[in-house]
Design a protein around this ligand. Structure first.
Ligand code: TXA
Ligand code: MG
Length: 309
């Protein structure tokens, strides 16, 4: 996608004036604010209706910017070299003299950081001297946005500006790894767990016990506000049916995540399809079984969390 310099300039002006704006990333769109500014960060929580105890991810251009705010360690360097910029978020120890506003971390001593790969947001980050706190640009617990229009769909006129970057290429949030002690995955995401394990060369388990220790990983999330039933072979007549295996017959209630069993493609389409189904006012969503491998694990994680009643 071509970078439009005047829209980047406009975005920077808003950010310098402590406003929050929508930004594109390769995972999902974010609601961004200057992470060093107390008033800007407050606006993010308010707009999103986000509980104060749920901390934000901060986006940096490079690790040299990050050194001001966090203690970096060996595992971080290893993963940074291999996967950054990209869909990986690190939890690191915050420095005592860090300038990050303390609402970002809910006064905790750790910070979630990420280096997004999308060329539009990289170009913006390279031109500012503060990092961007940016949770996904949706009202808390709703579906994450993957286009500029999705962000407008969520916030309407309440948001001043959305920087356009086309459709998010990955379409699922970043994978989160806690590096403050023994490496631990705390959210499955757009980066395949198997690659991560190989590079770190450690056992990396991910299970629901881990989730319990982190506030942001517990609640109902990613939800279209419609009941969802998983692993369904024979859908009911009036439900929206999300599927990945080509059927001999077709129906206007069928929503294919992928046409050729490609799980990356399925991940990219998931939130777009959930939003479409929500707009068409279905009363029930049913989902075909999705293989629990690679990005399929992330898709299943999101669907499970969207389906909690
Ligand atoms: O792909 C992404 O990560 C997107 C794009 C915009 O970068 N951002 C995103 O942010 O998904 P959000 O706020 O929707 O999810 C951030 C998650 C939350 O579940 C939060 O609880 C967790 O990260 N988190 C943030 N700081 C943390 C910390 N210090 N310790 C543990 N978890 C943290
Ligand atoms: Mg989110």
């Amino acid at each position: 996608m071509k970078i439009n310099n005047s829209s980047i300039k406009k975005s920077i002006n808003y950010l310098k004036n402590n406003e929050c704006i929508g930004i594109p990333t390769e995972t999902v769109y974010g609601l961004a604010a200057n992470a060093y500014s107390s008033s800007a960060v407050s606006k993010v929580f308010k707009l999103k209706k986000r509980p104060k105890k749920n901390p934000l991810i901060v986006h940096y251009y490079s690790k040299s910017q990050l050194e001001r705010d966090c203690h970096l360690n060996k595992n971080f360097y290893k993963l940074y070299k291999k996967f950054c910029p990209g869909p990986l978020t690190f939890i690191l120890r915050l420095k005592n003299n860090s300038m990050i506003d303390n609402k970002v971390t809910n006064k905790k001593k750790s910070l979630a950081v990420r280096f997004p790969k999308h060329p539009v947001i990289r170009s913006l980050l390279n031109k500012i001297d503060f990092p961007l706190a940016a949770p996904s640009a949706n009202i808390s617990s709703s579906i994450s946005p993957v286009t500029k229009n999705d962000v407008i769909d969520e916030f309407g006129k309440k948001i001043k500006y959305v920087l356009n970057g086309g459709r998010s290429n990955i379409g699922l949030e970043s994978t989160i790894i806690d590096l403050t002690s023994k490496p631990k995955i705390i959210r499955l995401g757009g980066l395949n767990l198997e690659y991560l394990k190989k590079i770190l060369n450690v056992r990396l388990n991910y299970n629901s016990d881990t989730k319990r220790d982190y506030p942001g990983q517990r609640r109902l999330h990613y939800s279209p506000g419609i009941p969802i039933r998983l692993n369904i072979k024979d859908p009911k007549k009036n439900s929206a049916y999300i599927l990945i295996n080509k059927k001999k017959f077709t129906s206007k209630n069928f929503f294919y995540l992928t046409k050729n069993k490609n799980l990356e493609e399925a991940g990219k389409n998931l939130y777009k399809i959930l939003r479409k189904i929500k707009k068409r006012k279905f009363k029930l969503i049913e989902v075909e079984k999705i293989p629990n491998i690679g990005i399929g694990r992330t898709i299943n994680d999101r669907l499970q969390r969207a389906s909690i009643k």
